[in-house]
Design a protein around this ligand. Sequence first.
Ligand code: BG6
Length: 482
Amino acid sequence: MKFTKKDFLWGGATAANQFEGEFNKDGKSLNVAEMVPYVKLQDRASIPLDISAFAKKNLEKSIENKEGLHYPKRIGSNHYNRYKEDIDLLAEAKMDIYRMSISWGRIYPNGDESKPNEKGLEFYHNLLNYCKQKGLKVMVTLHHFDTPYPIGVKYGGWMNKEVINMFVKYAKTLFTEFGNIVDFWLPFNEINVSCFAPMMSATFPEDYPGVSYDQLRFQTLHNQLIAQAEVVQLGHEMLKKKNIGCMIANMTTYPIDCNPVNIIEWQKSEQVSRYFFFDMVAKGEYPTYIIKLFEKLNVRLDTNPEEMNILKNNTVDFLSFSYYMTGTVAKKEEGKTGGNLMAMGKNPFLKANEWGWQIDPQGLRYTLNDLWNRYHLPIFISENGIGHDEKLNDKKTVDDDYRIDYMHQHFIAINDALEDGVDVFGYTMWGVIDLVSAGTSEMSKRYGLVYVDYDDYHNGTGDRFKKKSFNWFKNFKETLEL
Ligand code: BG6
């Protein structure tokens, strides 16, 4: 069969904190991701995110690093020095679009400077111009789990409204510098993650004794939602096209069965773990089910009518989300498996990868239909892919047939959704060139079409090698045949 939509945008995605390396070069500051050491996992499928790794006292130890631990995100895939080679590979695979992130700490290392760091701007000018030279459209994320750590230290992170202003100043700089070459903007990667793990954006419970964890996480999310809405407002004033989207970690679930008790449980779970975030960015107001939840949890947001107006009047132009797996929900839990930042209910009909992430192409079709029916906004799949532990074979490639199958099935699901009438306009495959895992800091959890020769301790040359899936993707792009 042929993929039907000719102008669909196909591409790959990466993030600065997992890909660039050179964490302290040319004036860049540290971020929390770069302060988390690699720790070998005993059982890959058992973990959701290890929250204790983000305790402030542990993170601070990383600055002196007396134990000599390895901090993988400080090296990433050394894209900072090899970006031309990487962009050449994306162009060679016939990609239309590259989703990348800009590191806030390269532009405003402390957040509160009055002028941006010229060296940081220069790097992104070079990179973005090179993308354009190679005919790639670009989608830029402004914040991909990388609030500069100095903002955490001096301002207490995102609980402080001053950080909203710093973020908007940073966005203004990017719109001024790159507004004419960037095609799409995403203010925050997986904005809902701040509500599961506010520490990842340098907001630490230790700094707020007496404040409940629920208060902390929902206030952090709220302040980021306001920052995002202000950036949408600014972008609509400054940029020629209205192309600012959200990016949400989408965790689609199914009820475990048709027992009404389980259906109600599932509906509640979908509201709180999924629709809440899309509702906020697409409808611009707190849904009643969340207001009720806040009452129960005793969460009282620090906000005012002006902020609520900003939210309401600056909703996003398109929806984007990450989609890796689905899970199940039951009133009485019946077994959990791994998942993106959180454990998910097992589904007996689905297979999973080594980390327990359940592979579900049909779920992508379901999710696309669900979001389209609910919001009627254009949709972009900004992350999707499969992690595998891989080694180069003697032909200096990886025969990753499972990845080919994964892409194949998910691309068919997108086509089906288009046939269903969903307005989905693009797809960027996660970690298109191998990079460090966000959740586990493993280099060996590989997602790419291109293998990067580093192990979990960054032994290796860092050289790039095309996997079998690279050729499959290229052929698909040339023929649109599935
Ligand atoms: C998303 C993130 O959560 O999933 C990426 O936006 C991340 O940064 C990706 O890498 C896959 O997760 P992981 O933990 O396998 O790297």
